[in-house]
Design a protein. Structure first.
Lengths: 61, 168
């Protein structure tokens, strides 16, 4: 995703972003990936944290 | 196509946290972790909500048994290190040092009309710099690219806690 689009998403309201997080969680549960993606950016909206190779554990802090 | 159902009950989490303050079980709290970062950057999926709190009880347990009892009375369930609300895991973490400062200086927000606090962008970056795992470095990069950052505030926080931003 282009940086300008990502920045536009970042500027959305917190409520809207949390709603989208809920949708992403639901999608992740419905369509779990079997192999980790290697080349996508860690903050792409199409990935969950668990699908990023170095994000294998629960986030902290 | 049917949209997936939103399953993130953040309003319930914040109401419960406000209830803990009102009941005198915690002094103060703020949203930290990934959900705090999402306040400033594009949305991404996360496993849980991290709520950092300053305990009212300064004893060894930080009042955690009473906090758990209060939340369980509201119907929350305990699952390992998490408390579950409507199937969503929440962690209540005792704030100390940098995270305590982050709670005290957190930004006041309203979420669906509910008053709450969320870590400031500068504290999120400083905490990630202090933890320093790969995912924290990714968070720093994301925050610096997308969030509006008060560079003076960030510099002061980093200096105060003897931290440095990693080379990205």
């Amino acid at each position: 995703m282009k940086m300008e689009m990502r920045r536009a998403l970042a500027r959305e309201s917190y409520e809207e972003k949390i709603r989208k997080v809920g949708q992403l969680i639901a999608l992740t549960k419905a369509f779990p990936r079997r192999t980790p993606a290697r080349s996508r950016p860690p903050n792409s909206m199409t990935l969950s944290e668990s699908q990023i190779p170095y994000r294998t554990k629960k986030p902290k802090g | 196509m049917n949209e997936p159902h939103s399953s993130l009950p953040l309003a319930d989490v914040l109401q419960a946290a406000n209830g803990l303050v009102k009941a005198g079980l915690i002094q103060d709290y703020a949203i930290g972790g990934a959900l705090a970062a999402i306040h400033y950057v594009e949305p991404f999926a996360t496993y849980d909500a991290d709520i950092f709190f300053i305990p009212a009880d300064q004893g060894l347990t930080a009042g955690i048994p009473a906090i758990y009892a209060h939340l369980k009375s509201l119907g929350w369930q305990v699952d390992g290190e998490h408390l579950m609300v409507k199937g969503f895991p929440v962690q209540f973490l005792t704030a100390q040092g940098l995270t305590e400062e982050a709670v005290r200086e957190a930004q006041n927000i309203r979420f669906e009309g509910i008053p709450a606090k969320v870590f400031r962008a500068e504290h999120i970056v400083a905490i990630a710099a202090g933890v320093g795992r790969k995912k924290d470095l990714a968070r720093i990069e994301q925050m610096l690219q997308q969030a509006e950052m008060d560079q003076t505030r960030l510099k002061k926080i980093l200096e105060r806690h003897k931290l440095k931003l990693p080379k990205l």
